[in-house]
Write a protein that binds this ligand. Sequence first.
Ligand SMILES: Cc1cc2nc3c(=O)[nH]c(=O)nc-3n(C[C@H](O)[C@H](O)[C@H](O)COP(=O)(O)OP(=O)(O)OC[C@H]3O[C@@H](n4cnc5c(N)ncnc54)[C@H](O)[C@@H]3O)c2cc1C
Length: 311
Amino acid sequence: MAGLAAARQLPPSSYQIFEKSRGPGGRLASKRIEQQRADIGAQFFTVRDQRFEAVVELAHSAGAIQSWEPRMGTFRSSIPVDSPDTQQRYVGAPYMNALGRFLSQSVTIESETRIDTIQRDGPFFVLKTTTGAEYSAEQVLVTTPVDQMADLLAHFAVAPIVTQFTMEPTWTSVVSSKYQLTTSTHEPIDACFGGDHDVFDFISVERSKPGRDSDLIVVQASTEWSKVHLEHDPDWITQQIATELSDTFDIQVEPVLSHRWRYARPTDPKMTTQKGIYQVDAGLWIAGDYLAGGRVEGAYLAGFEAAERLA
Ligand SMILES: Cc1cc2nc3c(=O)[nH]c(=O)nc-3n(C[C@H](O)[C@H](O)[C@H](O)COP(=O)(O)OP(=O)(O)OC[C@H]3O[C@@H](n4cnc5c(N)ncnc54)[C@H](O)[C@@H]3O)c2cc1C
């Protein structure tokens, strides 16, 4: 998100983008599951700033995103209760990765190209890929999560950022159930914040999102639970989450798969740098959600601001 936002503000001939994955979007991710798909990263996003609103309107008109109006719940004393709100939420259409694809339409990306090191060479920076290719640049913007940034910029003074802006992991499990989630008083709900529950951080029912009709339910585990079970086998994680969901909502649930995000969200989303960016060295900038409040909108605005400095 941050990298795409920056690129969209700059003349295409002035930059190159390197992305290690096949598709754009990073944590705006969805995963194919047999004939179906589910969002496994960000579940929705919200809009506050006009600069983000402008691009959200474009994506909405193009059909790349839709409004999502789930009946919301939360957990109190580990019991599901309803928790209606008036928050305007958006999701990618048909899936979350559609937003990354939309934003990348006007942008050229060197995909499946992983940068291994970045070093200074006189007035230039030299970027080496894991396959040994080299690129030089007058300026560099790094928009990876903080730990990956620290590896890439091992030759630069990033300790002040790395020690303060840490990130936490999240296990995301996908399970399947044809049954409706309900509160303890039998109100139907489509999504549920973790509240004070030990295991759950967020639950969302895929078929409540526009245009989706699967039985898949996406469960994000709480940070504490994810940390304790970080190195467990994904199948074990899926089974645990399926059992917990089944017991909590008293419904039949089938395990499907789990995905481990080692760097999911900032430890303290209230801690930010000015504008969500940071200058590491002359011509070398970092930006991303971990400096900007840990959300899709924050990542976008950080990239937007970084582009102004690069220009
Ligand atoms: C499970 C989960 C749930 C979330 N839920 C929400 C939510 O409901 N609402 C919300 O607003 N936000 C949510 N978020 C946060 C949101 O997804 C992020 O804030 C946002 O997508 C981050 O964008 P970014 O550009 O900063 O980083 P990323 O999306 O992480 O992008 C970094 C990119 O760098 C690439 N990369 C990394 N290393 C290299 C390398 N060496 N060479 C080349 N490329 C590299 C990666 O492949 C990736 O594409 C969630 C995140 C997770 C993981």
